[in-house]
Write a protein that binds this ligand. Structure first.
Ligand code: SF4
Length: 678
């Protein structure tokens, strides 16, 4: 996108860069649970049962509703499943569940036309509604392109007319991995291509005077997904549209990875005030998804109330940043340019990780295990794990053992100053300490704690700048991400290339009331994953931050370390493990996704940096796994097709040997290492 286009676009995707303000969309009726406008952000999920299994689908839907789902999506791969939606709906209503149902359609307009007469909403994928993807990079002339649109209109208009007649809503759900050849030929698999893919269908709906639309822009890469949604809003506003947004990261995976990846994508957009409904896609039971989505959304319900209160009391700090003034392009990733602070942090180095061990037992070398350094008493040496932190903060506590040479220790300035051996030890200053006359600064690395508001202070003006200075950016604001983001904007405007470690602190029990997730250790872990991935991920996806520091005294250090590296992995800013792009499964799934994912993970989790797609069906799987290096895709009962990138290299092999065969392909490519070596 050229710079002029960017300038024109900036200013529309987000109401405010400094205070929480929800982008108000058109209200859309979906059964008796409306979405958009001033309605709450809705929670939804999708069944994984065979749609022909009426009882199984009804019972799973009930479990989902009981877990908090306000809409239930069910796949309708062909006419017979679409017809069976009537039976499922009937049985749900008989059991007292009025939850609106959504039919999920790929490739089958005839199934969509049946379903639209039965359920409250249909989801169509503009990449495959009237197109079969051939992965051909054909060049389209303007005339051919227009001809294609006319062909699609003829296929799509009957569905729109049925929706109008029956009061059925529609989601136009673009997926990064399944753009049509037509879109690919003109825009590539870019956020702009994703937006145009939906806009073509939205314009057709408006031509037919149909406005009951919800839009999504999903990708398994949170960075792409965030840019696509922002660009979509911008484009909609330019064309006078304001349809509700369905937020989701596709194929996010399971466990910690799935939660963190989802929070980075969904949370970033919620921070921007975007989103009317959320679906978290996990390779787990569908009822496990709603509590995660609820927890993500809950922060904004509270924030809205709180920011309204602050507005009334005039305690909100109004910073001058508006979309048209920001020096930052929110539609393209560009890492903020910083200097390298004497080979410790910044420049082209991957973001650094800081963990606080000051409250731990610093008499025992085993304490460093939580920071990724495994001590062997026999050999009296440390081994580094894949996720070894770069700095530990010890405040004023002195360890009684020798640290590994590559692990840097951070001390409060007064304590650091008194150390007799300062090798590998660095000071952390307050702003006042750093500028005070006679301060003893390190010649190598000085960390200075700072709040965004400090930038307007006299102290900031008298900061001595040299390549040893690194900021530790904290925040006290309710809308902390925006507060910290404004600091980066100001640095950019002032032309200051000082590296910044972004620090966020969480005290869950103190800060929050009752949770939707049960209380206990696991729940706090989940909260940390979701909150930190939102707050820090939202900055990292925009290229802000040379390091991260998560402070959560209620949680063990190993959880904090793992969360920090998970966030860096999800934002693709520092790769420390294998990435699994596994689909959440649905009625098309041809194998047990959870079991298979665990099986593949158990033999490949040491292949740092590889992206492995695990997809339940060949209809959508290859497209959906987008940028995976290898793919394991269900292609029939007990049959699997293996992919190298987008190419199917072993077709319909027995699922018994499929994992061995996959490992064989990885070995052939020279990408295999033995577990012990790793
Ligand atoms: S890739 Fe997975 S979730 Fe998507 S349609 Fe196929 S089985 Fe269903």
């Amino acid at each position: 996108m050229n710079t002029d286009a960017v300038k024109l676009l900036q200013g529309r995707y987000c109401n405010s860069l400094t205070e929480y303000s929800r982008f108000v969309t058109r209200e859309v009726n979906i059964g008796d649970v409306p979405m958009g406008g001033n309605n709450p952000i809705r929670i939804q999920s999708m069944t994984t049962t065979d749609t022909m299994d009426t009882i199984g689908t009804v019972e799973q839907s009930i479990r989902m509703v009981d877990a908090g789902c306000e809409y239930v999506r069910i796949t309708a791969p062909s006419i017979k499943e679409a017809q069976n939606l009537a039976e499922i709906k009937k049985q749900l209503r008989q059991r007292g569940y009025n939850v609106p149902l959504v039919a999920d359609i790929h490739f089958t307009p005839n199934a969509a036309e049946v379903a639209a007469r039965i359920v409250e909403k249909v989801r169509v994928n503009p990449g495959n509604y009237a197109d079969k993807k051939k992965f051909d990079q054909i060049d389209y002339t303007d005339q051919e392109y227009q001809g294609e649109l006319e062909r699609i209109y003829k296929k799509f208009a009957p569905l729109v007319n049925i929706c109008k007649e029956y009061g059925t809503a529609m989601r136009i759900g673009t997926n990064h991995g399944s753009l049509s050849d037509r879109i690919m030929s003109r825009y590539g698999d870019t956020p702009q291509g994703m937006v145009e893919s939906a806009m073509e269908f939205m314009r057709m709906c408006e031509t037919l005077n149909y406005y009951n639309l919800v839009i999504s822009m999903k990708s398994s890469n949170p960075q792409v997904m965030v840019q696509a949604y922002r660009l979509l809003v911008d484009t909609m506003v330019a064309e006078g549209m304001n349809y509700p947004l369905h937020l989701g990261v596709t194929e996010a995976g399971d466990g910690e990875d799935g939660r963190i990846k989802s929070a980075v994508g969904i949370g970033t957009l919620l921070e921007d005030g975007l989103g009317d409904t959320v679906r978290v896609s996990l390779t787990e039971e569908p009822e496990a998804e709603a509590p995660v989505a609820i927890e993500l959304v809950r922060r904004y319900t509270e924030r809205k109330a709180e920011s309204e209160k602050q507005k009334a009391e005039e305690t909100i700090d109004h910073r001058p940043w508006t979309m048209d003034k920001t020096p930052h392009n929110p539609y393209e990733y560009k890492k903020r340019h910083t200097y390298e602070a004497n080979a410790f942090i910044g420049g082209h180095m991957v973001p650094r990780v800081v963990v606080d061990l000051s409250a731990k037992n610093l008499k025992d070398p085993a304490v460093l295990k939580d920071a990724g350094y495994l001590y062997s008493p026999l050999l009296d040496k440390y081994n580094m794990a894949e996720q070894s932190v770069d700095f530990v903060y010890l405040a004023d506590e002195l360890p009684s053992f020798v640290f590994p040479s590559n692990l840097k220790q951070l001390y409060n300035y007064n304590t650091w100053q008194k150390l007799t051996d300062k090798t590998n030890c660095h000071p952390v200053f307050s702003l006042a300490e750093y500028i005070a006359p006679g301060t003893d600064r390190s010649s190598k690395l000085n960390l200075v704690r700072i709040l965004p508001a400090d930038m307007d202070s006299d102290e900031f003006g008298s900061l001595p700048f040299d390549n040893s200075l690194v900021f530790v950016l904290e925040t006290e604001a309710l809308h902390g991400m925006a507060d910290q983001r404004s600091f980066f904007f100001k640095l950019e405007e002032l032309g200051l290339e000082i590296p910044v470690i972004v620090k966020r602190s969480y005290e869950f029990e103190k800060d929050h009331g009752p949770s939707t997730i049960d209380h206990g250790q696991t729940d706090l872990t989940t909260k940390l994953q979701l909150y930190a991935a939102t707050d820090l991920g939202a900055l990292l996806v925009d290229g802000f931050g040379d390091g991260i520091w998560i402070d959560a005294p209620e949680l063990p250090a190993n959880v904090i370390t793992s969360t920090a590296f998970g966030i860096l992995q999800a934002t693709r800013s520092r790769i420390s493990k294998t990435e699994y792009i596994s689909c959440p499964s649905c009625g098309r799934t041809l194998f047990d996704l959870m079991v298979t994912t665990q099986m593949i993970r158990s033999r490949t989790s040491h292949l740092k940096g590889l992206k492995i797609g695990i997809m339940g069906c060949i209809v959508n799987g290859p497209g959906e796994m987008a940028d995976a290096d290898y793919g394991y895709v269900g292609s029939g009962t007990d049959k699997v097709t293996l992919y190298r990138g987008k190419e199917a290299v072993k077709k319909n092999i027995s699922s018994v040997n499929a994992l061995d065969e996959l490992i064989g392909i990885i070995k052939e490519d020279g990408n295999w290492v033995e577990q012990e070596q790793a």
